[in-house]
Design a protein around this ligand. Structure first.
Ligand code: FAD
Length: 468
């Protein structure tokens, strides 16, 4: 490590990628600093504060509503309790605060110098921090670092239209006051679908508006249609080919005017129409860091920008926007710059077979290629499919159905796509993702003994293809 710079690594952004990189680098003996504009409260970034974690907590909360209802079929009696939104928000905030503290302790415990500051690049090795002095006046500090890692993440993007000032984004939804009895969700991506399901479960009347012909572009087509139908069945008023032209404030809330003139009345309108990289005022242009069309930082396969001392990982690169991906990328950077952990080989990062879940109700779990993409990549594919009512719902009274699907490369027999809509899909698919990374064939799936009685066993008992 060189002493001619203030730090060996300066990380900008205390989210998933930044915290992991800073901590791991410090553990390797590097002199590391990290700046987080939101201070301690921001540590953990989008995922911890306004993403994965609070969303999953609210998803759990939403599941109770159906659980109370379904319990009657199992002999439980009594009226369903009502939701105390204030208590849910309070408990969530307390847990997130605890996590912020854990992140801070992990960083400081590893020897990372943490700055409560907005960071800006001033050169290939220079960083300027805008801070607040103890008396509240603006402060300024400058540092040098041998390597700089940009891990500033992304932020929700709301397009320009009439009435834009009345909408909220996923950053605002968790603390909304009061609870929106009528919620309009605009968008068709996974975040829009998740919030539509969650607030529907929590008791709001949810209308989801999406311009396209089906939600969840990029997922297997059959999964998209299936989950959309299940969401509608559970009460979400999903309207496709429906854009918003105007939002007006009225005495009774908000009037959302759609293409074609349809009017939806709402207490809140959540725009979940995409995210953009957080690059404003970062000094990228001044330093000559190359950016893509959305402003994302362009990196090579080593996460290095065109300025060799500057790296970038996570959402700011606008690639696969998932926490485990940002973590994986961060660890690759640390291994490259400071060497792998003792006794371990340097890590690489593969973008094929990244498993993911969508916490709709019911949820989606998926890994590998959708059917159409698999046909394009592999040519001949064999498709196996199973659709059924889960055992639980034989007594619960729920009409929810489960779909499982395998896509097999016919030539090699390798399972190249595994998709599910149903309860705990993410928990189920994670394990199968290991098998698929290892190149498991359909013959191996067939020779695997199922766990009975589970829904997951269907993945190893599908015998007859439905399509070739
Ligand atoms: P972030 O976690 O966004 O962290 C960036 C940090 O940098 C922020 O704390 C920001 O304040 C700080 N910052 C920005 N600019 C500066 C600056 N100039 N100076 C100092 N600090 C700065 N992913 C999943 O894997 N599973 C999920 O279930 C999931 N659900 C999600 C739900 C929602 C609603 C959203 C919005 C996202 C979800 N994600 C999920 C995506 C996940 O949160 C992101 O992929 C992940 O947080 C990206 O990590 P990051 O390190 O790139 O950026």
């Amino acid at each position: 490590m060189t002493a001619s710079f203030d730090f060996d690594l300066f990380v900008i952004g205390g989210g998933s990628g930044g915290v992991r990189a800073a901590r791991m680098a410090a553990q390797r003996g590097a002199r590391v600093a990290l700046a987080e504009v939101l201070g301690t409260e921001g540590l953990g970034g989008t995922c911890v504060n306004v993403g994965c974690i609070p969303k999953k907590l609210y998803s759990y909360a939403a599941h109770y509503a159906e659980a109370f209802e379904e319990s009657h079929g199992f002999g439980w009696e009594g009226e369903a309790p009502t939701l105390n939104w204030t208590a849910l928000k309070h408990n969530r905030a307390k847990e997130i605060g605890r996590l912020n503290g854990v992140y801070g302790n992990l960083l400081r415990g590893s020897g990372v110098t943490v700055f409560d500051a907005f960071a800006r690049l001033t050169g290939a090795n220079g960083i300027a921090l805008s801070t607040l002095n103890e008396d509240g006046t603006p402060g300024h500090q400058e540092f040098t670092a041998k390597h700089i890692l940009i891990a500033t993440g992304g932020t929700p993007h709301v397009p320009h239209f009439q009435g834009r000032e009345h909408v909220i984004t996923s950053n605002d939804i968790f603390d909304l006051e009061p609870f929106p009895q009528r919620l309009v969700v605009v968008g068709g991506g996974y975040i829009a679908c998740e919030f539509a399901s969650i607030f529907n479960g929590l008791g709001a009347k949810v209308t989801q508006l999406y311009r396209g012909e089906q939600v969840l572009r990029g997922f297997d087509d059959e999964i998209r249609h299936f989950v959309a139908a299940e969401m509608i069945k559970s009460g979400v008023d999903l309207r496709l080919d429906a854009g918003v032209v105007d939002i007006r404030k009225t005495a009774d809330g908000l009037d959302v005017v759609c293409d074609g003139g349809a009017l939806v009345k709402a207490d809140a309108v959540l725009y979940a129409t995409g995210r953009v990289p957080n690059v404003e005022e970062l000094g990228l242009q001044a330093v000559g860091v190359a950016q893509g069309a959305k402003g994302e930082v362009i990196v090579n396969e080593r996460y290095q920008t065109n300025v060799p001392s500057i790296y970038a990982v996570g959402d700011v690169t606008n690639r696969v926007q998932l926490t485990p991906v940002a973590l994986g990328e961060a660890m690759v950077v640390v291994d490259q710059l400071f060497g792998p952990a003792a006794g371990k080989a340097a890590r690489g990062m593969g973008y094929e077979f990244i498993p993911t879940a969508v916490f709709t109700h019911p949820s989606i779990g998926t890994v590998g290629y959708g059917e159409a993409d698999a046909r394009e990549k592999f040519g001949a594919v064999t498709v196996f499919r199973s659709e059924f009512k889960a055992l639980k719902h034989t007594l619960s009274g729920s009409s929810e159905r489960t779909l499982m699907k395998l896509v097999v490369d016919t030539a090699s027999d390798r399972v190249v796509g595994l998709h599910m809509v149903g309860a705990e899909a993410g928990e189920i698919v994670q394990g199968f993702a290991v098998a698929m990374k290892a190149g498991a064939t359909k013959a191996i799936f067939d020779s695997t003994i199922g766990i009975h009685p589970t829904a997951a066993e269907e993945f190893v008992t599908m015998r007859e293809p439905v399509k070739t």
